[in-house]
Design a protein around this ligand. Structure first.
Ligand SMILES: Cc1ncc(C[n+]2csc(CCOP(=O)(O)OP(=O)(O)O)c2C)c(N)n1
Ligand SMILES: [Mg+2]
Length: 371
């Protein structure tokens, strides 16, 4: 886990403002943030955690099929999500609950999908360009690169107007770097100089496979082989993530091409609620990373700036309300009619789907006749 690589870090583990030398080009981007803005970032992270913990509890109580916890990755997600502009398109994997929340996705929509009630969850056009989750590892990197190429063809980027120019941000994990799709996406992005940032959350595990098995070299260094900048950032430092992602998204918007960010973080929870991480990792490793909790780090920083306890209590109370509201609403969810599964197979009516739907309706009705 120890690394000699030049990580961009602005807040030290104890919350002190202590930029590492590689942070120098980025630190100005966050130097002017006032307490209000920092509390905003803290609020986003605390809300994300509250929703995440509540959703995992709901799964344990049988209210949803599966949940992939984001616990521990809040700084990586909030820092990068808050670095985007409204016109940007965001392609998540399946754990980016923090990014979803900052782009206006209702947590109930995340849960509804994981309960199996919807096929995809939300309309990206109505949720700040935040696209659907994908469980197919790495596939979203290709979708993102294709979309970024489209933005170039549409002349929606690199016009010189940062208020209008689009960039694309795509999330993937350390395990996804071993997937063909991800490598193809990086090749195409580089070849076509797409307006795109590849945001790799290295949470150190791909289910039970450690990152050391995925790569013999630190992952950010792979960017050089594709011909793009690669930056390794402390993914538990929300200020460093915000600054680096903002800078590289600006480069992408201005036509300076794609880049790769490796955010070093840790998946504190299970891979999903179907996984038991005690089978493959040690309590010591977990303890090391819980010490580096991203929320605690920003909170310590704010305490150092004299922010009082009552403000933190307010943040915690608001997040607890959000989680309680989620629980209340989940308990009222109804199953959709079975007929809905035939509704979105094709855009237009299809005779085979119509026949299957008719069969299903007849089958269901046969129960009624017996009763
Ligand atoms: C194409 C494909 N292969 C395998 C899987 C099974 N699978 C689900 S999650 C996962 C590990 C992904 O690890 P990583 O990319 O590090 O993301 P993380 O879950 O740590 O966020 C695998 C192999 C899958 N969903 N899709
Ligand atoms: Mg991983």
């Amino acid at each position: 886990m120890a690394s000699t690589d030049p990580v961009v870090r602005i807040l030290s583990h104890d919350g002190a403002l202590a930029p590492t030398p590689p942070a120098e080009p980025y630190v100005d981007r966050v130097a002017a943030l006032d307490e209000q803005a920092l509390l905003g970032l803290l609020t986003d992270m605390v809300r994300t955690r509250a929703v995440d913990v509540e959703a995992a509890n709901l799964q344990r109580q049988g209210h949803l099929a599966l949940w992939a916890p984001s616990y521990g990755q809040e700084a990586a997600q909030i820092g990068s999500g808050r670095a985007t502009r409204p016109q940007d398109a965001i392609f998540p994997a399946y754990r980016e609950h923090g990014v979803a929340l900052v782009r206006g996705v209702d947590p109930l929509d995340l849960v509804r999908m994981m309960r199996g009630l919807t096929h995809s969850g939300w309309d990206p056009a109505e949720h700040g360009g935040f696209r659907q989750y994908t469980l197919v590892i790495g596939s979203q990197t290709l979708h993102a690169t294709g979309y970024a190429m489209g933005a170039q063809f549409d002349k929606a980027t690199a016009t010189g107007d940062p208020e209008r120019d689009e960039a694309v941000l795509v999330y993937f994990g350390d395990g996804a770097t071993a997937q063909g799709d991800t490598n193809e996406a990086l090749v195409f992005a580089s070849s076509y100089n797409t307006p795109q940032v590849f945001f790799l959350q290295n949470n150190h595990w791909a289910i039970s496979v450690p990152v050391e098995r995925q790569s013999r070299t630190p992952l950010y260094r792979r960017a050089a082989g594709f011909g793009m900048p690669g930056v390794q950032v402390d993914g538990n430092d929300v200020l460093a993530v915000l600054a680096v992602t903002g800078a590289l998204l600006d480069d992408a918007r201005a036509g300076r091409g794609p880049a790769l960010i490796e955010a070093l973080t840790y998946r504190v929870g299970a891979h999903t609620t179907a996984d038991d991480p005690t089978r493959y990792r040690t309590a010591e490793e977990l303890a090391t990373w819980t010490e580096r909790d991203p929320i605690l780090r920003l909170r310590r920083h704010l305490e150092g700036r004299g922010v009082g306890r009552e403000l933190f209590e307010g943040v915690d109370a608001e997040a607890a309300d959000l989680a309680a509201d989620l629980r209340r609403r989940v308990l009222t969810l109804q199953d959709p009619p079975v007929s809905l599964m035939f509704a979105h197979v094709y855009q237009e009516a299809h005779p085979l789907v119509a026949a299957e739907q008719a069969w299903q309706a007849e089958y269901e009705a046969s129960y009624g006749e017996q009763a």
